[in-house]
Every structure is written in structure tokens, then in C-alpha cells.
Design a protein around this ligand. Structure first.
Ligand SMILES: [Zn+2]
Ligand SMILES: [Zn+2]
Length: 221
């Protein structure tokens, strides 16, 4: 019985105290300021490739490489400036640099926030091919892997600037393609066709990937 008597009494106290609180709230009422949180900057999901110019390198071609990588692979480039070529890669009697050693050098110097590293050089580069330990090449890239290197030494002789740029872009996109685990393609017009050391084969390629290669690369980008 006691419960029934006490309950309305307690309820009235609670109601009174509620009313008093409401009155105080009214007196203290302040204009409400809307706090709008600043939008948090969206983190770029683009993969990043760091670019080193190994020795002196044409700045126009360097910027062209950046724009080609961005537009073709939608990959962000990081300018790492100029870096001297490592002396241990130099083959004095052939006046060229061993590309495999350059790849290791680039990898060691890859910034942590970049997934890939690309080296651009005007010096001649080579790799072992068959019986030739110093076979001259246009570029070399790990497959798959984080490093590739391109040389302009063998691609610009006696051609227009437009032709040089076309070859340069195709070779960069080809070597980066290897980094994204693309193998050589049997389609001669595909960017991933094997140049077999001949610049005429690079000229036959179109600056595009065939459907098969495009499918493979999707998982990488
Ligand atoms: Zn290749
Ligand atoms: Zn292909």
C-alpha cells in the first residue's frame, strides 16, 4: 500500500524539478551555433611511381613521361630529381650501364610511399642476352616488380621530336606493364609486344594494350 501513496508524491517532485530545469534552460538559452565539420580530405587511392632522372635528362621528356603515366595508367608520379648513376653499373669497355644493377639501385632508393620506381637516363644501358653479356636495350623492368629503367640513347637518332616522344612513351608504358605483371604479347600492335631489340618493332606497336593485356592489368591498377 505504501508504494501507491509514495509514488504520486515522488512523481510530483520529479515533474517540479523538470519544470524548474526547463525554466532555467529557457533563461540561459543561447542562439544555436551550427558546427559544420570540415570535410576530411580524401586520401588518393592512386598508386605512386617515383621517378629519378639518372644523370642529366631532358626536362621536357621528363614531364612528358609524367603525363603519359598519369593519363595511361592513372598513376601518380613523384619527382625525385636527379641522381648520379652508380659507378658499379658502368661497363667501361662498352661505355654503357648494366640495367639490372640500375634496377637494384633504384629499388634501394625507392621512397616508402611509392609502390614503383622508374629511372630515366640518356646513357646507354644493357642486359645479358644469350651469349652477349652487354646487349644494348631501350628499357628493362622487373616482372612483376617495383622498378624499371628507360634509356633514350637508342631511340632518338635521326628522327623528329614527335617520333622520339612516341617511342619514349611506348617504352615507358611497356616496362611499367612488366611491373604490373604483363608478359610479352603475341599481338604485334599491342604495347606489350616484344621489341626484340629492334626500334622498328616499337614503331609497329600502337600506344594501347590489347583486350587480353587490359584484362590482366585491371587487378594491378
Ligand atoms: Zn618487354
Ligand atoms: Zn597484349
Amino acid at each position: 500500500m505504501k508504494k501507491y501513496i509514495i509514488f504520486p508524491f515522488l512523481l510530483s517532485i520529479v515533474l517540479l524539478s523538470c519544470n524548474r530545469d526547463n525554466d532555467e534552460t529557457k533563461l540561459k538559452a543561447q542562439p544555436i551555433k551550427k558546427v559544420i565539420a570540415a570535410p576530411t580530405p580524401k586520401k588518393s587511392t592512386k598508386k605512386k611511381v617515383a621517378i629519378y632522372r639518372l644523370g642529366s635528362f631532358d626536362i621536357v621528356l621528363f614531364h612528358y613521361a609524367q603525363s603519359q603515366l598519369d593519363s595511361f595508367y592513372n598513376i601518380q608520379t613523384i619527382d625525385c630529381g636527379i641522381k648520379e648513376l652508380p659507378i658499379n653499373a658502368f661497363v667501361k669497355e662498352r661505355n654503357r650501364y648494366v640495367a639490372d644493377t640500375l634496377l637494384k639501385y633504384l629499388f634501394i632508393n625507392k621512397p616508402k610511399d611509392a609502390q614503383y620506381v622508374l629511372g630515366l637516363t640518356e646513357k646507354d644501358i644493357c642486359t645479358e642476352e644469350g651469349n652477349n653479356p652487354y646487349w644494348g636495350i631501350f628499357g628493362l623492368g622487373w616482372q612483376p616488380g617495383p622498378a624499371c629503367v628507360i634509356s633514350t640513347k637508342r631511340i632518338g637518332k635521326g628522327v623528329s621530336n614527335a617520333k622520339l616522344k612516341d617511342r619514349f612513351a611506348k617504352i615507358i608504358l611497356h616496362e611499367m606493364g612488366h611491373n604490373f605483371d604483363l608478359d610479352h604479347c603475341t599481338n604485334h600492335e599491342c604495347l606489350m609486344a616484344d621489341a626484340e631489340g629492334k626500334i622498328s618493332n616499337v614503331d609497329k606497336e600502337k600506344k594501347q594494350l590489347c583486350g587480353k593485356c587490359r584484362k590482366i592489368i585491371k587487378g594491378f591498377l
